[in-house]
Write a protein that binds this ligand. Structure first.
Ligand code: ZN
Length: 117
């Protein structure tokens, strides 16, 4: 089997996902507040794909940032599974390969991204 850009993207995304998982757990563990411990217990009982929903509105910077990155990585992974990877979320055209190489979780082509911001 030859190595396709999708396989490379998947490897990078899976690696980043487990990194984010560890990072989020470590940040919650170091929290001084009770909320951190509570959330950590909840997250440990669920698959990582449920984490963004479970923590919606309960996180603050920088955890919020890690969680939205995790959400983007999960979205890209499920697009890979559905064979819809690399398609712009807005205009449904192919995202430029160099954009995907730069960030495998990119959701928009450069044109739509510039309108989105
Ligand atoms: Zn687009």
């Amino acid at each position: 089997m030859s190595i396709t850009p999708q396989i490379v993207a998947k490897q990078r995304l899976v690696a980043e996902l487990s990194e984010l998982e560890q990072q989020i757990k470590a940040e919650l563990r170091s929290e001084q507040h009770q909320l951190g411990t509570e959330l950590l217990m909840v997250l440990e009982q669920h698959l990582v794909s449920f984490w963004p929903d479970l923590t919606k509105g309960r996180l603050y910077w920088p955890l919020q940032k890690s969680m939205s990155r995790l959400e983007a990585v999960l979205a890209a992974l499920s697009q890979l599974d559905l064979n819809m990877y690399g398609i712009c979320a807005d205009c449904e055209k192919n995202i430029e390969p160099e954009r995907l190489l730069h960030d495998p979780a990119t959701q928009r082509c450069s044109r739509c991204q510039s309108l989105f911001k």
